[in-house]
Design a protein around this ligand. Structure first.
Ligand code: M6R
Length: 606
């Protein structure tokens, strides 16, 4: 939710912190701040709103210090304002935090009864008070930090500076991501890889309840008892350029156009046309022994799980349940050691998905995950990981993460289907051949988006949109509606087309654009009948249809064509026009496409 960056080195760090925060702004962007150590004391600069406001303050103040921490906020406790922006300082201690301190109210009451006065409404500020109390009680700073950590409950990624210590950042994590970046010249702390990728590729992923002492020339990771623990340093192969806009107006647009390359990377060398098989490294499960697969995910990743259910049940005939992460753990799910949990997440840090995964594991299930961010918490807590290799996704609205998840689902379907025997050599070979053509067909769709621009201009002022699809394209209707609402703020709903007559048809009049996903395949005739029902009520119909469909033009207002592909692969193409339509409408309306209001890229609180 919030983004953290820290630097200990020999360069003036203000711009290093701001550049890191710019790459973390997708995590939260209602206020931002830095604390930079100068002459043994931290100087704090904060500003409400976008990072630009903070940058102006930093440019005026020109702090020269070489040790500092920065933060970009997505408010949980206390409204977005300068006073609630991080860092928070009390006494000698300055803190930035991502997460929620659940027992903050009781700790605050206790501290207030001991004479502490609080400057903000945040849960974070109590951490500074707790550490400062321990320092006043005579503890060394590292012990004081550890003692405070033992008192807080909830989720935290924390970075702390202590006045007087001009070469040390203390860091800790529990249920919120935090990584360390290592180099010969300086060391770093960050919430996510892109923040420090232009400075180093050597990274350490802190684990639950780790704390770290980060100095210029040395980084030590410890447990909460103060014992040193070994953590592997990983070389990150992403290119720093991948986290830049590369000439595009927005990250979202860049990421939409990266999809052909991204899905090629997901396929990688996992497919063998000769053996008609898909290989999933590090995943060893006997499909014959899987009673059911339980997919847990949120938002767009949940939509890819819904497509995955369709694929895996078709290809491998294994029953699949799909659940929202936020619901799963609270319904006492029936799951056990003959089931496999499949957690799906771009960030690998979504708190609800993580909690669902843990609930499944607690009840004895094995866990596989489909994740983009290497080394993320969900990846680390899984028995096997199918990395999507989409590269960094910065735009808050997920695009390439989605299509690469869909490819991962097809790979998994082939892998399982070949082992359950429900997919024979010839069928698998044909599917693999078709899948390998998808990147070039994606390019074809993306290169012919002129019609979408015209449609976007026509409907950019609509108040509501309806999206309809059937079968494997029903989740694509949900995804199209989610994309539009999150970046354009137009109300949009996705429905299975057959369900329209059971209620949503009441909404249709001449002002309601209805986007229908209707490529050739089973259900085509039925969906065309649904369209007639919309048209009879003067609704405006925009169809996503297969190229060469001779009849569709007669029953709709606008047609966006896609190459004709087999149903299992259609979502990989049908979703592309919907992403572009949402993007164009949002851009015309002038909303903040990459950082839509109230949202955060990675939702690490429940
Ligand atoms: O990182 P995750 O895939 O676990 O994130 C899940 C959702 O928060 C995410 O897909 C969200 O719905 C996006 N904003 C959708 O564009």
């Amino acid at each position: 939710m919030c983004g953290i960056v820290g630097y200990v080195g020999n360069e003036a760090c203000a711009n290093i912190l701001l550049d890191g925060l710019a790459r973390l702004e997708y995590r939260g962007y209602d206020s931002a701040g830095t604390a930079i150590m100068e002459s043994g004391k931290t100087g704090i600069l904060r500003a409400e709103g976008k990072l630009l406001n903070l940058r102006k303050r930093v440019d005026e103040a020109k702090p020269a210090g070489t040790v500092g921490i920065g933060h970009t906020r997505w408010a949980t406790h206390g409204r977005p304002s300068e006073v609630n922006a991080h860092p928070h300082k009390y006494g000698r201690v300055t803190v930035v935090h991502n997460g929620i301190i659940e027992n903050h109210a009781e700790l605050r009451a206790e501290l207030e009864s001991n004479g502490h006065e609080f400057a903000s409404e945040t849960d974070t500020e109590i951490v500074a008070h707790l550490i400062d109390d321990e320092l006043r009680g005579g503890k060394e700073s590292e012990d004081a930090f550890r003692a405070a950590l033992k008192r807080v409950r909830g989720a935290y990624a924390l970075c702390v500076l202590v006045d007087g210590l001009d070469d040390t950042i203390y860091a800790a994590r529990h249920d919120a991501p935090l990584i360390l970046g290592l180099s010969d010249e300086a060391n770093y702390v960050a919430s996510d890889i892109p923040a420090i990728l232009s400075r180093t590729r050597d990274m350490v992923f802190l684990e639950e309840h780790d704390m770290a002492v980060v100095r210029r020339d040395k980084v030590v990771v410890k447990d909460l008892e103060g014992n040193e623990v070994e953590r592997e340093t990983k070389k990150i192969l992403w290119d720093a350029m991948m986290a830049e806009k590369g000439g595009h107006k927005h990250f979202m647009l860049k990421e939409i156009h990266e999809q052909p390359r991204a899905v090629t990377d997901t396929i990688g060398d996992r497919l063998s046309p000769k053996d008609a098989d898909a290989y999933i490294d590090g995943f060893e499960a006997d499909p014959g022994k899987i009673r059911k697969l339980v997919m847990v995910a949120c938002g767009t990743s949940w939509h890819s799980a819904l497509v995955g259910k369709f694929l895996i049940e078709q290809l491998a005939r294994i029953p699949v349940e799909v659940d929202l992460g936020s619901e799963y753990r609270y319904r006492d799910p029936i799951v056990g050691d003959s089931d496999l949990i499949l957690a799906v997440s771009q960030s690998g840090e979504t708190a609800d998905t993580l909690a669902a995964l843990r609930e499944g594991r607690r009840k004895g299930a094995r866990v596989l995950s489909i994740v983009n961010v290497v080394g993320s918490t969900i990846a680390r807590e899984s028995d096997g990981v199918l990395y999507t290799h989409a590269g960094p996704e910065i735009g808050v609205a997920s695009t390439k993460a989605f299509t690469t998840q869909l490819v991962a689902m097809v790979l998994l379907g082939i892998h399982l289907g070949r082992r359950t025997g429900t997919l024979d050599h010839e069928q698998a070979h044909e599917l693999i051949t078709d899948l390998m053509r998808i990147p070039e067909q994606m390019v074809e769709v993306l290169d012919h988006s002129a019609t979408i621009n015209v449609i976007a201009r026509r409907y950019a002022t609509a108040r509501d949109f309806l999206y309809l699809g059937r079968g494997i394209n029903y989740p694509i209707a949900l995804e199209g509606a989610l994309k539009l609402k999150e970046i354009s703020y137009i109300h949009a709903e996705g429905y299975p087309a057959g369900e329209m007559k059971h209620g949503p048809i009441a909404l249709i009049d001449e002002h309601m654009p209805v986007v229908v996903i209707t490529p050739r395949g089973s259900g085509y005739e039925k969906i065309v009948s649904n369209l007639s029902e919309v048209r009879a009520r003067e609704g405006k119909v925009i169809a996503i249809a297969s190229r060469g469909d001779p009849d569709i033009h007669d029953v709709v207002d606008d047609v966006i064509q896609i190459p004709d592909v087999r149903p299992e692969l259609q979502p990989l193409l049908t979703v592309l026009p919907l992403q572009i339509l949402a993007y164009r409408i949002a851009d015309i309306r002038g909303t903040d496409v990459d950082q839509p209001r109230n949202l955060a890229k990675s939702v690490t609180v429940e």
